[in-house]
Design a protein around this ligand. Structure first.
Ligand code: 2P0
Length: 338
């Protein structure tokens, strides 16, 4: 018996600096706007996929040692169906995935998860996709996964269809540092709560688009935010980037909060953290907040100042867990066995 073809790949998570929130096409995950992100080092999810010709039953999925149920499992199977259809396979797959950071660490897990799954599943299915094609495939699993294919600063071009919606690294002429484009960006991840979110991103985006009177204004402002952010990156102007990053995230949450019924990921501690970041900034340290679909706050800062920022935040937020993350690399194929 020949062993089933297997492949192992890994990907880091990413945090959006200019957010993606809403799909123009749900079935293809075409976003309403382009987004900009920073891939974080030390946040890899590693996934092994094998297609077993003898197996025509259900896919076997293990994430951090447990079998996910419900929607999480269905999303993985639906994604594998897409890979099987492209590769002309019918075999069931075995998927084993583990992440170095716990799922409850306040970092988007689906971005790293689907980027690693896209790379491992496509390789195991015998496809050899280039990075752009891989980003397009990862996008179908989870929008933000399109960005985790690449390291450092990454732009996801919204596009208008499957072929034109993909991420790419942001390259700055003469940048002395490929991952950080000479800006020396870093993130302080503040974990305020490890409780599972009450409403998933996909559903929350749908509700915001449909019911929030502020949504169109946020999308409109976001186009200008992206232009300003890219200009700030080109000019290596971290304060200018930070200001637009914080404003863009707060605008996204304002639009969510204005949904009917309201979508509120913030906890009282979230607001405390926002004030703490502002106070630290007023003391002269580089610190700008961003928040995703949860209560935790991530702080954009300069790598050289990251530890000073953590120390200043600790005084104001006793008991909150904080981790410094620096720019990380893109998808890595760790091994292929055929
Ligand atoms: C982002 N987020 O740009 C935004 C900001 C959260 C807030 O992408 O529905 O898991 O699977 O495409 O990518 C989280 O949503 O959503 C997200 P789907 P995804 O990072």
């Amino acid at each position: 018996m020949t062993p089933a073809p297997a492949a192992t790949a890994s990907a880091n998570t990413n945090i959006a600096l200019i957010k993606y929130w809403g799909k123009a096409d749900e079935s293809l995950t075409i976003p309403t706007a382009s987004s900009l992100s920073l891939t974080l080092g030390g946040t890899r999810t590693t996934t092994t996929v094998s297609f077993d010709d003898g197996a025509d039953g259900a896919d076997a999925v293990t994430i951090n040692g447990a079998a996910p149920g419900g929607t999480a499992r269905a999303r993985v199977t639906r994604f594998l169906d897409l890979v099987r259809a492209r590769a002309g396979l019918t075999a069931a797959a075995s998927v084993v995935s583990s992440s170095v950071v716990p799922l409850a660490a306040g970092l988007a897990s689906s971005a790293a998860g689907f980027a690693a799954l896209a790379a491992a599943a496509s390789r195991a299915a015998g496809m050899d996709l280039d990075d752009r094609a891989l980003s397009r495939l990862a996008r179908r699993g989870s929008g933000s996964a399109a960005r985790s294919v690449f390291g450092g600063l990454v732009l996801w071009n919204a596009g208008v269809d499957d072929a034109t919606s993909y991420a790419e690294p942001v390259v700055v002429d003469g940048a002395d540092e490929p991952g950080g484009a000479g800006l020396d960006p870093a993130m302080v991840v503040i974990v305020l709560s490890e409780e599972r979110k009450t409403i998933g991103s996909t559903e929350a985006m749908r509700a915001t688009m449909r019911t929030s009177p502020l949504y169109p204004a946020w999308v409109e402002a976001g186009r200008e935010d992206l232009r300003a952010a890219l200009a700030a990156v080109r000019e290596r102007d971290l304060p200018r980037l930070g200001e637009v990053v914080e404003a863009n995230a707060l605008g996204m949450h304002a639009a969510m909060i204005a949904s009917r019924p309201s979508i509120m990921y913030w906890l009282p501690r979230t607001i405390e953290a926002l004030h703490a970041v502002r106070a630290v900034r007023e003391e002269g340290l580089p610190a700008w907040a961003t928040i995703d679909a949860g209560p935790n706050v991530k702080v954009l800062t300069r790598g050289a100042d990251a530890h000073a920022v953590v120390a200043a935040l600790r005084d104001r937020l006793p008991g909150a867990a904080m981790t410094v993350r620096r720019p990380g690399g893109g998808v890595r194929v760790e091994g292929v066995a055929r």
